[in-house]
Design a binder for this molecule. Sequence first.
Ligand SMILES: C[S@@+](CC[C@H](N)C(=O)[O-])C[C@H]1O[C@@H](n2cnc3c(N)ncnc32)[C@H](O)[C@@H]1O
Length: 220
Amino acid sequence: MDSLRGMKQKLFALLSYTSTFIYNDKMHEFKRELFRDLPRFQSDDGPLRLLEIGCGSGANFQYYPGGCVVVCSDPNAHFEEYLRRSMEESAHLSYGPVLVESAERLGPVQDASVDVVVSTLVLCSVRDVRKVLLEVRRVLRPGGALFFLEHVVSSQGSWLYWLQVLVDPLWSRLGDGCHVTRDTGTELQSAGFSHLQLKNLSEPKLSAVIRPHIMGFCIK
Ligand SMILES: C[S@@+](CC[C@H](N)C(=O)[O-])C[C@H]1O[C@@H](n2cnc3c(N)ncnc32)[C@H](O)[C@@H]1O
């Protein structure tokens, strides 16, 4: 049973790594827009300290400002080979430890120790979004921010909403727990952040079921 799960996770890491290039190609301008605001959150006393949850193969490194110190975390250890490749290609950054941890429990990361947490295409897959957001608030310093880019559920009652409801059980089985029916925007609104900047977007180049996205940041 364990080895079957291991094989599935290994395959998922490979598929996720390869599809990252296609996704980044389609979402390049949105990612540039999102991460343009990162330097605002650098403290006066050192480089920007950034923690990426569910980092996968490191698809966002190219968008981070030079000198930034990146700590990566993901529960799937099979991403490490691809992650190391992305690190070599993004020599403008410094890297802290790679943590094999779920975002619900970022044990080794100290309270109030990071300026920014990044989550892209992760809150659709975590087991408990509320627990993750609590953990994100724990590790962020006061005034620090969570940057997010996530696919979400469509407006209730629309044809796309019903399509998402229909495909979700199979999609999540095949996609390592990824759900296309998450109302992540509402979760972010009620997570106790002091400020939320959220933009809804729909990129026609993406498959319909993952077309509705939210992006922005919320400040602790
Ligand atoms: C679709 S991939 C996105 C990877 C990367 N963030 C990106 O944008 O390319 C989803 C990622 O979420 C991770 N993940 C799944 N469950 C998680 C959890 N509970 N905590 C943190 N990450 C999780 C997976 O291992 C995978 O790396």
